[in-house]
Design a protein around this ligand. Structure first.
Ligand code: G3P
Ligand code: CA
Length: 249
């Protein structure tokens, strides 16, 4: 089972910063997950929210601000003084710092307007994306379909929240949709995942990731589901737990 650090090792370091990604790599995480949005000047910025308000107190919209303006703000200090000076990364620098062979799961938080810039970043040899296992995820179906068409060599996984109104959490229609669109797999809210549905996903030949798992007590169930990877804010805890049962090197 792959352990993927959600927004980096974001339990211990400020989310979506180089500090959080570096900590994840030092903890030997198998991969990182990060969120991207397009800035006004066409850069692929690594940031979760549509604005900078929650993490910096300053309210700048990512889409309406230049990358220079966004990178003036401090995205580390809220987490602790030792993280002061962390900037909003551009995707290029996160990819360039990732160890070869690692998973980088890129969640597109905006619409398909980001795809030309994203494609340039992924194809720039300086970022050595070809040496990484890059995949694209999104809750936005239109965006993911556009990614699949523009970047067919990159696996696309459809993100889905569990439907609390059904016992299963997910409908079999999701599998049909993923197959019809040629997606590589599904990235599902672990709270709605049953062994039955997970088996159906795997039998359909789709990859299966889950998010965002922060309780070690979920590990046995997710192993029984045969999920290939979990996304967590606490990669070290999960790696240690898997190592104890001989399930991770
Ligand atoms: O990995 C998927 C997960 O990150 C989706 O939720 O809000 O943390 O981006 P969110
Ligand atoms: Ca995300």
């Amino acid at each position: 089972m792959l352990i993927i650090a959600h927004r980096g090792a974001s339990g211990e370091a400020p989310e979506n910063t180089l500090a959080a990604f570096d900590l994840a790599w030092r903890q030997q995480a198998d991969g990182i997950e990060l969120d991207v949005r397009l800035s006004r000047d066409g850069r692929v910025m690594v940031h979760h929210d549509p604005t900078t308000k929650r993490l910096t107190g300053t309210d700048l919209s990512i889409a309406d601000s230049t990358s220079d303006a966004l990178r003036q703000l401090d995205f580390g200090i809220w987490k602790g003084p030792e993280f002061a000076g962390q900037r909003m990364p551009v995707l290029d620098e996160v990819l360039a710092a990732a160890p070869p062979g690692k998973q980088v799961v890129i969640e597109i938080k905006c619409g398909p307007e980001i795809i030309p810039a994203l494609s340039q970043v992924l194809k720039n040899p300086a970022n050595h994306a070809a040496q990484l296992a890059v995949s694209l995820i999104s809750f936005n179906l239109d965006t993911l379909i556009a990614c699949q068409q523009s970047l067919p060599e990159i696996p696309c996984l459809f993100l889905q929240e569990a439907d609390a109104s059904t016992t299963n959490g997910f409908s079999a229609d999701l599998i049909t949709l993923a197959l019809e669109q040629g997606f590589a797999g599904l990235d599902l809210d672990y709270k709605g995942l049953t062994e039955t549905f997970a088996a159906q996903v795997r039998q359909a030949g789709l990859h299966l990731l889950t998010w965002t798992v922060n309780e070690l007590s979920q590990l046995a169930h997710l192993r029984a589901c045969g999920v290939e990877g979990i996304t967590t804010d606490w990669p070290l805890q999960f790696l240690n737990s898997l190592q104890q049962v001989g399930e991770h090197s």
